[in-house]
Design a binder for this molecule. Structure first.
Ligand SMILES: Cc1ncc(COP(=O)(O)O)c(C=O)c1O
Length: 380
């Protein structure tokens, strides 16, 4: 049978390629972004309780109301912005489905979407499947800060959406109040939508604040904010997240959501609603992951890798330019085969696969895994 691919340029992701190689060589794996420790047993018990209490049939299409109420309260407390649980919050199959749905609901053929690179890999396929055109702003290696003048030059009459991610995967950078004000000023005279990927909202270090798009009135009114309970509560395999947006935007979002998935895992939603009653569960996360970041960075003192400490997320970039001039994909593969350590090459996140001589390491790992990795890194 003949068929023409809708995504002819998309290949198997680097995460799968590196993950397979890491398993084959039994490497210490700091590549993919998930914890190798267990979630809070209390949360797992709550899921089991929800199943035993009979919450085993479809949840409401928009999500369990109690969970939407808890999310509304959490955002109001953190950012002083109120999303109405009835009309402005939808529970999704992870942030990935929230992102796909927001793009599908609004991007028409020929619409341009500004994507800031390096970027997480699920944005562009969604844009392309909907006939949209990704327009790239490639950030400079090492610094990875946004040049807002260069950003503004990419805005045209065809620009429909901008995608932002803070805290940022893979660089570990966070956007500042000044960044958000500049973005707000650029978008103010336009009808451009903002898709704000905030899945690492609760993993920010050194007492910095998370600058959610909803803190900025002129951004809030045009924003879809996507979040992930998988990232926040160490349960990436549960794939439950949410999207918040002002009512008119959310109404369009739900038109797609109801036919893409209709609804999301019911017992998990019940459990999360109860678990979120105790806000300490997410408030302690910054500290928890900062200790892991610091353990990882302090352990690198005998190493030839250099770095700028991650400001958020559970990723740390390491610069290997003092060690070799190999391409990052070749070096990442050689680290697995020769040293049994897996990481992700940054070129795979860049617009033209530029080699920044940087590897991304995930420090959401047990102490012993991090120590094993440090032992190897210090020998390279
Ligand atoms: C920046 C970013 N956005 C979205 C996602 C997807 O989140 P979820 O697993 O909730 O779909 C990830 C996962 O790694 C990510 O790093």
């Amino acid at each position: 049978m003949r068929h023409s691919s809708k995504l002819p340029t998309i290949k198997t992701t680097i995460f799968t390629t590196i993950g397979n190689l890491a398993r084959k060589h039994k490497a210490t794996d700091l590549s993919q972004g998930f914890p190798n420790f267990e979630a809070d047993p209390k949360l797992i018990q709550l899921v089991s309780k929800a199943m035993q209490n009979g919450h085993n049939q479809y949840a409401p299409m928009q999500g369990h109301y109690g969970l939407r109420e808890a999310i509304s309260g959490k955002i109001l407390k953190a950012h002083n912005y109120e999303y109405h649980p009835e009309t402005e919050i939808t529970i999704t199959v992870g942030a990935t489905q929230a992102i796909f749905t927001a793009i599908t609901a609004f991007i028409h053929t020929g619409d341009e979407v500004v994507v800031i690179k390096p970027a997480y890999d699920c944005y562009e396929p969604a844009i392309m499947l909907n006939g949209g055109i990704p327009v790239y702003l490639q950030l400079p290696a090492r610094d990875y800060s946004i040049d807002w003048e260069a950003f503004q030059k990419l805005i045209t009459a065809k620009t429909k959406m901008v995608i932002l991610n803070t805290p940022h995967n893979p660089t570990g950078r966070i956007l500042s109040n000044e960044d958000m004000l500049k973005l707000e000023a650029i978008l103010r005279p336009t009808n451009i939508l903002l898709l704000s990927d905030e899945v690492y909202e609760h993993i920010i270090f050194d007492s910095k604040d998370h600058e959610s798009a909803c803190r900025y009135p002129d951004l809030a009114k045009r924003s879809f904010i996507c979040a992930s309970f998988g990232k926040t509560f160490h349960v990436t395999g549960w794939k439950v997240g949410y999207c918040v947006a002002p009512e008119p935007l959310m109404a369009e979002f739900r038109k797609v959501h109801q036919f893409a998935v209709f609804c999301v895992d019911h017992p998990v939603q019940r459990a999360l609603a109860e678990y979120l009653q105790d806000k300490n569960h997410y408030l302690h996360l910054n500290d928890f992951y900062q200790k892991k970041r610091d353990l990882f960075l302090e352990g690198l003192d005998a190493s030839r890798f250099t770095f700028k400490p991650s400001a958020g997320t559970y990723f740390q970039l390491l610069d290997y330019s003092a060690i070799t001039d190999e391409h990052d994909e070749d070096f990442a593969k050689r680290l697995i085969t020769d040293y049994k350590l897996a990481s992700i090459p940054i070129s795979s996140f860049n617009s033209k696969k530029e080699n920044n001589m940087m590897l991304r390491f995930c420090f959401a790992k047990k102490r012993e895994t991090l120590e094993e990795a440090l032992d190897i890194l210090n020998r390279i």
